[in-house]
Design a protein around this ligand. Structure first.
Ligand code: FES
Length: 351
């Protein structure tokens, strides 16, 4: 079993690649010739380092396979303007090597075990199906007896990732109940309805007795969370993860007054260790400015989840929307996640 250290990365080979949907590919990474198994918790993600034409870029992707498999399966969707995702979809070939960093992420079924009973409801949409699919495979392969209601939303059959696999699981396991909701209603396996709390109950009638795991685009997740609250669901039994870019999260929230006050003002970002200084508009994501300065920062998830962009602000102020992987001590010392922090004044940063 291969276990990464914190700073370690391993080069793995793309052993197989195929299309799941017209704009989504899956691929399997493995080791040659050792045939290693990999130590991770179902639901976690890994960070890939890919040699792009000008530099190595890093991105985090959820693992869709189980720890018992000797290959890591990842599923990646084409994203408008997405440099790395689109490179994987278009350019990554079988036989190519990829650097793989340590798996991470608290949204997994080992740290987030079903809390009340052995019943769970998994809710996902689009390509955010991958971490919950890993959890499903783990529970089913372990013969855990976990009773799974699996609610997934997609546009249509053609664009449903793992369509055949989901139906196979539904036919094979009596404790796996698929509620596939397709917008065009062709091949759907659950009652269509208006997305609200009643609809949620119609899909998973004893949802109040279950543990809920949610992964999807930010608006979808906000809706589901608010319906659960309307149902007076015990939120101690609720786990979620979103890979929506932090800047997009920030846009969906109330604008910060400080940003509004500083609007159009130009601030300076100074990184003394590298002797670099750049200018940016107040409110710019810190990660963007550091990348523009050309300092070596890894922004693997850009969602405030993976912690790869951690840096220390020693002077000036930023506004942070996520401190997910930081300890109280690190926050006290001035550490921030660059992808989830916007610049509010002239600042000095240590990497
Ligand atoms: S890039 Fe993952 S937390 Fe910032």
């Amino acid at each position: 079993m291969y276990a990464w250290s914190d700073s370690d990365s391993i080069n793995l080979v793309c052993l197989k690649k195929w299309h799941e949907t017209p704009d989504t590919v899956s691929f399997e990474l493995g080791s040659i010739p050792q045939d290693l198994h990999f130590n991770f918790k179902p639901g976690q993600f890994i960070t890939l380092g890919l040699d792009m034409p000008t530099k190595t870029d890093y991105r985090a992707y959820s693992i869709a396979s189980c720890p018992e498999d000797n290959r890591l399966k990842l599923t990646v969707k084409r994203v408008e303007g997405g440099l790395v995702s689109n490179f994987i979809v278009d350019e990554l070939d079988e036989g190519d090597e990829v650097a793989v960093l340590k798996p991470a992420g608290g949204f997994n079924c080992i740290d987030c075990t079903p809390t009340t009973s052995n019943k769970v409801t998994l809710v996902s949409a689009g390509c955010c199906i991958t971490p919950v699919m890993a959890m499903v495979k783990y529970w089913l392969s372990q013969d855990s007896g976990v009773e799974i209601d699996f609610i997934h939303m997609a546009r249509n059959k053609r664009e449903t990732i793992y369509f055949e696999e989901l139906h196979q699981l539904d036919e094979t396991y009596s404790n796996f109940n698929l509620k596939l909701l397709l917008k065009d209603n062709q091949g759907t396996t659950a009652p269509q309805g208006r997305l609200d709390n009643n609809w949620l109950v119609s899909l998973s009638p004893d949802i109040l007795d279950r543990t809920v795991y949610l992964c999807g685009p930010v608006g979808f997740m906000q809706d589901i969370e608010s319906y659960l609250k309307e149902l007076e669901f015990n939120m101690d039994n609720f786990y979620q993860e979103s890979f929506t870019p932090a800047t997009q999260n920030a846009q969906s929230e109330e604008p910060q007054t400080e940003i509004a006050d500083n609007e159009n003002s130009v601030v300076k970002v100074f990184v003394p260790t590298f002797g670099k200084e750049v200018e940016a508009e107040a409110g710019t994501p810190l990660a963007d400015s550091l990348e523009q300065a050309g300092v070596p920062i890894i922004t693997a998830c850009r969602s405030g989840i993976c912690g790869s962009c951690k840096c220390k602000v020693t002077k000036g102020s930023v506004e942070s929307s996520s401190q997910e992987t930081l300890t109280a001590e690190e926050i006290e010392q001035g550490y921030v996640l660059a992808c989830s922090s916007t610049i509010q004044s002239d600042i000095e940063v240590e990497l």
